[in-house]
Design a protein around this ligand. Structure first.
Ligand code: AMP
Ligand code: ZN
Ligand code: ZN
Length: 401
């Protein structure tokens, strides 16, 4: 009897020492309601086998880099530092751009701690098959394994890559892995969120998710890996009929305009801010204009020093642009965009999760993307940073009791 007890104790301690697995998949720009179009049987099955939130609320601005960083750090963009996809440090003139490998790998822009760093410090092996912020040149802030972003890397190769990581010997195997696919964003921009093309794209990503699940099953890991599927933001229809030419409104004014489309940041010369602000305020149609410090609190977008003196926020579906930008817009004929206010449903993404840590057949309301970082910490039973904006209590109920 005593021997059986000791054996049980040993078995129990082995099992409890096993770390969980999480595969965090991002389908860029996968709007929440794409799940309800009847074209995603695999995701429907995942809903039944796990958790679905009606939607995942992005952080402002609802762009790719700010939101991938919000998901992975639990912070609003004003706090993790990646305030848009491209911005300038007005003090040094240096810039950050998502397409610029030098700046995206430079740790100085990133003020938050990514989950892979939190996890690595506490003994969890991590890996990233693409994720904004995963390519820092600083080893202590990087995942144990990673791939540098390559837009055209075939999707099958990415899936093979993560499965190979999971087939590594136990000691070397990562337990937290990110995986990223751009297609719904790319097609959403090109054809719009209500097009046949986006539906075909959504259906193909659903099939891809099926391949991932099959791959995990074939590796004997179906019941041990938690899969979390998220989107960084949604997508809304835009058109060249709904544009505001900011450079025309500000003709002859000395200022720097940064960004276009859903938001524009404006840096002004000393003493000129009031005049520029008033000009924009007088012509205010289809946008709102704020002095940085007066931006309503719910944006969580006024603390970072690089935000710009004036922030112009377009109404949903409208584009802030310049003459040059407008010509480009006409040339490339974009039908969809994102970056608008986070509370507009068109800007919400998806949240699906299944696996040993999650409830089954559990539908809940909107969850917030900044809460995913503390959720991950809870799953791995590790300590989160205490300076985050995310709150475990807003999302913890999706986990099994
Ligand atoms: P956007 O629609 O402008 O917010 O950004 C979407 C684009 O971000 C995608 O089409 C990708 O090309 C790009 N992107 C996504 N992840 C990365 C990454 N890790 N490194 C560089 N570019 C990326
Ligand atoms: Zn995106
Ligand atoms: Zn996009």
């Amino acid at each position: 009897m005593k021997k059986v007890f000791v054996l049980l104790l040993v078995l129990f301690s082995i099992v409890s020492a096993q770390q969980p697995y999480v595969l965090l998949i991002s389908f860029d720009g996968f709007r929440w309601d794409y799940l309800d179009r009847g074209i995603t049987p695999v995701m429907k099955d995942m809903e039944q086998n796990g958790v679905r939130a009606i939607s995942l609320r992005a952080s402002y601005p609802t762009k790719t880099f700010p939101n991938h960083l919000s998901i992975i750090t639990g912070m609003y963009p004003q706090n993790h530092g990646i305030i848009t996809n491209g911005f300038t440090d007005p003090f040094s003139g240096e810039y950050y751009r998502l397409g610029d490998t030098v700046s995206v790998r430079d740790a100085k822009w990133y003020l938050g701690e990514a989950f892979w760093t939190t996890a690595k410090r506490q003994g969890v092996k991590t890996a990233s098959y693409f994720w904004p912020g995963s390519e820092l040149n600083t080893p202590s802030r990087s995942p144990n394994y990673r791939e540098h972003y390559e837009h055209k890397r075939p999707y099958a190769k990415r899936v093979e890559g993560i499965l190979n990581w999971l087939k590594k010997p136990y000691e070397e195997r990562p337990h937290f892995i990110t995986l990223y696919f751009d297609a719904t964003d790319t097609y959403g921009h090109k054809y719009g969120p209500n097009s046949n093309e986006i539906n075909t794209c959504v259906a193909s990503l659903d099939t891809l998710l099926g391949t991932i699940r099959t791959g995990l099953a074939d590796a004997g890991m179906k019941d041990s890996v938690n899969i979390i599927v998220v989107a960084d933001h949604g997508m809304t229809e835009v058109s060249t009929e709904k544009v505001v030419m900011i450079d025309e409104i500000l003709a002859d004014m000395e200022c720097k305009l940064e960004g276009s489309g859903p938001l524009m940041l404006i840096n002004t010369e000393d003493g000129k801010r009031e005049e520029i602000y008033n000009k924009l305020l007088n012509r205010k149609e289809h946008y709102r204009v704020y002095k940085k410090e007066s931006l309503p609190e719910y944006y969580h977008f006024n603390k970072h020093p690089f935000i710009g003196d004036i922030v112009v926020v377009a109404d949903i579906g409208w584009s802030l642009t310049t003459k040059n930008g407008f010509n480009k817009m006409k040339k490339y004929g974009s039908k969809g965009n994102h970056g608008y206010e986070k509370d507009h449903m068109d800007m919400h993404g998806i949240f699906l999760a299944e696996g040993p840590s999650f409830k089954k057949n559990y539908l809940t309301g909107t969850v917030w993307n900044i809460d995913i970082y503390p959720l991950l910490c809870k799953i791995f039973n590790i300590y989160p940073r205490n300076n985050i904006d995310g709150k475990l209590e807003r999302i913890e109920f999706v986990l099994k009791d």
